[in-house]
Design a protein around this ligand. Structure first.
Ligand SMILES: NC(=O)C1=CN([C@@H]2O[C@H](COP(=O)(O)OP(=O)(O)OC[C@H]3O[C@@H](n4cnc5c(N)ncnc54)[C@H](O)[C@@H]3O)[C@@H](O)[C@H]2O)C=CC1
Ligand SMILES: O=C([O-])CC(=O)C(=O)O
Length: 195
């Protein structure tokens, strides 16, 4: 679901800008390969001026060859009653394998963004399996939590969310996370002193 949204933003230039041509190499699993073929056709049908190549496959050692950016999304999502940590057994292996493949064939300066949950732990697993890529190039997608906290404060205060600033989140993308709303500011004033 997430990839389907992101791919069309990447192809249209919304992510890397209107002057940056892009080659998309899409890694799927055996089970999802038919769906992947469909997505590739939709991308080709769209004739995006910046989209120079679409390639699909299920072997990370082929798909990650010379990659400059690796957006690691493909993984199992939570089911009802599950915590993100419950996905570790299933998804952890995926990111160990993908880390090894990145280490072997990607650009030495590849930027890696791990989205699949538990994203912080998976990012660490990926990093540990890719010792030849700088650790600073690995990120876990926790921006969602900052956005979420900003939106919740804005809704509560009845203001648009551009009026919320200084909102920080600490910790994992998980139930142990601490959104620091005490230091957040609403319309430039501290939340604590705002009426
Ligand atoms: N960090 C964050 O803020 C967020 C993270 N997530 C996580 O992102 C992941 C994807 O979520 P959705 O797109 O909603 O799931 P989805 O189930 O709609 O799509 C996942 C896709 O990954 C594919 N896949 C599974 N194993 C794979 C592998 N080894 N290699 C390549 N592809 C593989 C599946 O066939 C499926 O097409 C989940 O782990 C979810 O928990 C979801 C929302 C926010
Ligand atoms: O809740 C989930 O499992 C998906 C996710 O990470 C989020 O929306 O924060």
């Amino acid at each position: 679901m997430i990839s389907n949204h992101l791919l069309f933003k990447l192809a249209s230039g919304e992510v890397f800008g209107p002057d940056q041509p892009i080659a998309l190499k899409l890694l799927g699993s055996e089970r999802s390969f038919q769906a992947l073929e469909g997505v590739a056709m939709e991308l080709e049908d769209s004739l995006y001026p910046l989209l120079r190549e679409v390639r699909i496959g299920i072997n990370p050692y082929e798909i990650f060859q010379d990659a400059e950016w690796a957006l690691l999304i493909g993984a199992k999502p939570r089911g009802p009653g599950m915590e993100r940590a419950d996905l570790l057994d299933i998804n952890g292996q995926i990111f160990a394998e993908q880390g090894k493949a990145l280490n072997a064939v990607a650009s030495r300066n590849v930027k890696v963004l791990v989205v699949g949950n538990p994203c912080n732990t998976n990012a660490l697993i990926c990093l540990k399996n890719a010792p030849n890529i700088p650790a600073k190039n690995f990120h876990a997608l926790t921006r969602l939590d900052e956005n979420r906290a900003k939106c919740q404060l804005a809704l509560k205060a009845g203001v648009f969310y551009d009026k919320v600033s200084n909102m920080t989140i600490w910790g994992n993308h998980s139930t142990t996370q601490v959104p620091d709303f005490l230091n957040a500011k609403l319309m430039g004033t501290s939340k604590g002193s705002h009426q």
